[in-house]
Design a protein around this ligand. Structure first.
Ligand SMILES: *[C@@H]1O[C@H](CO)[C@@H](O)[C@H](O)[C@H]1NC(C)=O
Ligand SMILES: *[C@@H]1O[C@H](CO)[C@@H](O)[C@H](O)[C@H]1NC(C)=O
Ligand SMILES: *[C@@H]1O[C@H](CO)[C@@H](O)[C@H](O)[C@H]1NC(C)=O
Ligand SMILES: *[C@@H]1O[C@H](CO)[C@@H](O)[C@H](O)[C@H]1NC(C)=O
Length: 286
């Protein structure tokens, strides 16, 4: 397979837009990503279905925090279906969700170039696609688990609060849950294709996992395929500092925010442009 073949970008379009705010919102920093080993054939029906899927994800994220798609090409006998979904974190505004999904699609294009399946989790959103269906399937496989540093001395207050917060998340309801006790904060998020019962089960499993591995740690993250649970006593959720981001600083300190998504550039540009206008107005208003 030619290495220059670019998956999501038959054409590479580079769009640079300058955001007045020097810091990219934390909802867009990278947590994990992964791709299947299998590659699809370039210019295949699967490739065009995948491009349609990614466009659909970006479009849909402008008005919804979760959606799933199954794309088939009826004109082709083999049809080569692709399945995909996105899930934004429950507290994200519609514009933030939309920005996050656009960014995830653009990063996934680089990360999973040519792969028949892939997933990427940013702070604020998850997107996932594959050529076999995973929609509506509860999957509690651990994707990422990480504990922060342990408290230097056994901090029984922190541990008790952490355990209470986790218990609250495990027994709470809804796809997105938050809890807090003192300086300990916790959140959990299920993917929207899980039923209430499946979400409950998934969150409970993630909570048990955190209790088992994170001892006295000041923070912990447990990402399963269809849900995650995170807690922190430090006031910030961890980043995993992978350098996938395609932004850079320009001389005047503004952020160059580059999006490279050939086929969906139109949509992405619009989204970024609207965000830019919004930020520009906000800045003016201050
Ligand atoms: C994570 O990254 C974002 C942006 O890159 C930054 O604003 C935030 O402070 C970082 N959080 C941590 C815990 O380092
Ligand atoms: C997914 O794609 C791979 C690689 O093209 C292929 O081997 C596999 O059979 C496909 N799976 C399904 C369910 O179509
Ligand atoms: C997928 O989306 C369709 C239409 O939006 C919806 O009816 C269906 O319940 C969804 N399936 C899952 C597994 O979420
Ligand atoms: C990530 O980028 C920072 C600067 O932005 C650099 O210091 C660091 O070495 C990079 N890490 C990797 C793994 O490339």
């Amino acid at each position: 397979m030619p290495s220059l073949h670019v998956l999501f970008l038959l054409i590479t379009t580079m769009t640079v837009s300058y955001l007045p705010n020097p810091s990219i919102s934390d909802t867009e920093s990278f947590i994990y990503g992964g791709c299947s080993q299998m590659k699809y054939a370039p210019s295949s029906p699967y490739e065009s279905n995948l491009n349609s899927l990614l466009t659909s994800l970006v479009n849909s994220a402008t008005f919804s925090s979760y959606n799933n798609f199954t794309i088939t090409s009826p004109q082709d006998g083999s049809s080569a279906p692709v399945y995909g979904l996105f899930q934004c974190r429950g507290d994200l505004s519609s514009p933030d969700c939309s920005r996050c999904v656009s960014r995830a699609v653009s990063q996934l294009g680089v990360l999973c170039n040519g792969a028949s399946g892939g997933a990427i989790q940013l702070q604020g959103c998850l997107i996932k696609y594959d050529n076999s269906t995973f929609l509506g399937v509860e999957d509690k496989t651990v994707v990422l688990k990480k504990c922060g540093v342990g408290t230097p001395e056994y901090d029984s207050d922190m541990v008790a609060r952490r355990d209470a917060v986790l218990a609250g998340l495990a027994s709470g309801g809804g796809q997105y849950r938050v809890g807090g006790s003192g300086r300990v904060q916790g959140i959990s998020q299920c993917v929207g294709d899980l039923s209430a019962g499946e979400c409950q089960d998934c969150v409970s499993e993630a909570v048990s996992g955190l209790r088992a591995i994170c001892g006295t740690s000041v923070s912990g993250d447990m990402f399963l395929v269809k849900c995650y649970v995170r807690y922190t006593a430090t006031g910030v959720l961890d980043n995993y500092s992978h350098n996938y981001s395609d932004h850079s600083n320009s001389d005047d300190g503004e952020r160059a925010f580059a999006i490279t998504i050939g086929l969906i550039a139109g949509v992405a540009v619009l989204v970024v442009f609207l965000a830019f206008l919004r930020k520009a107005f906000e800045t003016k208003g201050k």
